[in-house]
Design a protein around this ligand. Structure first.
Ligand code: M6R
Length: 366
């Protein structure tokens, strides 16, 4: 059942080229000229006239929501708010009838997200679910939605569900943008072309698992780690840190790289690994100077960079290259080395990767 892999988590990490293809099949046209999402077509007017989109989720699904916010704002030009379901449900949130609430949940059973859905439904909003488990409680309680179609995810640490959630949100953002004409035809075709290339690029990165495993052995000493990223890679930093915490029990935090100097840089010393996602983007130079500041304090740098990178590589103790893509698609690639890094560190430390202590796969109680 683990398909020859020692753990479900590793199997699920390695399944991602296929699960991403499955998630996009019938949605991103292979001829490269169209995106369709049934949940969008049926509710086109609602999406085009939405005053605001609120995305509610927990844990890893909340990180996917953050990436969705960047993509929807960039391409669909609709204001987005991302909420932890547990906070949203107990606040007195202002919800309008022309708001769309998107609930993201792998299991479709997370109690707080289900309660957030009920609350928003009672307020008259249109509720759209992005879930993996077909027929689970959240999809049964939403007006419409989109399944991620990645198959059962057994490892407690979410991996393939995350990348598919990001893919669905990205498709949705592009599709709304195309219909609203906030995305040009040329941009639209380019996005589709690049989306189609993602599964094979993920497969390229997976070949680096052995290299990451070797490096993971030097990590057993670490008690604390910081993950940094900017833009689309900031939520990836949060996700990388969560993966490490969950399965290796190493304390880790994700920050927007520029926030370092507002406090966390005080923690940096030669004992502190700092994992920086520094792929090509308009903030690449800024991230580079953030890295220099950490180097000056003797921090150890592990970086995720774009193929062919020279500068950040030269500043790093260890780097993993990922293929080039569009900024909005970068998370689908940059998260892969972080999943592998957390996995290999946890294995080196002898942790129970698939069933980490104190955690359950679906949190059906508050
Ligand atoms: O099933 P859900 O997506 O609603 O679950 C939300 C979180 O409980 C979940 O993502 C959790 O944070 C994972 N253990 C992350 O790896």
């Amino acid at each position: 059942e683990k398909g020859g892999y020692p753990h479900f988590m590793l199997k699920e990490i390695f399944e991602q080229p296929h699960t991403l293809s499955d998630c996009m099949r019938g949605r991103v046209n292979v001829e490269g000229n169209n995106i369709t999402l049934a949940g969008f077509i049926d509710n086109r007017e609602k999406f085009l006239n939405a005053r605001r989109i609120i995305i509610t989720a927990c844990g890893t699904s909340w990180h996917a929501a953050q990436i969705g916010m960047y993509a929807i704002e960039e391409y669909a030009r609709i204001p987005v708010e991302v909420e932890y379901s547990s906070e949203f449900r107990y606040r007195k949130p202002v919800i309008h009838k022309d708001d769309i609430v998107i609930a993201i949940s792998q299991s479709g059973e997370t109690a707080d997200t289900l309660a957030a859905v009920e609350l928003a439904k009672n307020a008259g909003a249109f509720i759209f679910g992005i879930c993996n488990v077909v027929g689970s409680s959240i999809p049964r309680n939403t007006h419409s939605g989109c399944y991620t179609h990645v198959g059962p995810e057994i490892g407690v640490a979410s991996t393939k569900a995350f990348t598919a959630q990001v893919a669905v949100l990205t498709m949705l953002a592009i599709l709304i943008g195309k219909e609203k004409r906030t995305v040009s035809r040329e941009e639209y075709l380019n996005l589709i072309r690049e989306l189609n290339l993602i599964p094979e690029k993920v497969a390229e990165i997976l070949k680096k698992s052995g290299q990451i495993e070797q490096y993971a052995k030097t990590f057993t000493y670490a008690g604390n780690c910081i993950y940094l990223g900017r833009g689309y890679n900031f939520p990836v930093a949060l996700e990388g840190a969560l993966k490490l915490k969950e399965i290796s029990y190493i304390h880790a935090e994700g920050y927007p790289a520029a926030e370092m100097k507002h406090g966390p840089i005080a923690l940096v010393s030669h004992e502190m690994p700092v994992i920086v996602i520094a792929t090509q983007s308009d903030t690449y130079e800024k991230v580079t100077s953030n890295i220099q500041e950490i180097k000056a304090r003797k921090g150890r740098i592990i970086s995720v960079v774009t193929e062919g990178d020279q500068v950040v590589r030269g500043l790093s103790d260890f780097s993993v290259e990922v293929p080039e893509t569009l900024p909005c698609l970068t998370p689908l690639l940059s998260v892969i080395p972080l999943q592998l890094l957390a996995y290999h560190i946890a294995v080196v430390k002898g942790c129970d990767v698939d069933q980490p202590r104190n955690l359950a796969k679906s949190v059906t109680v508050e």
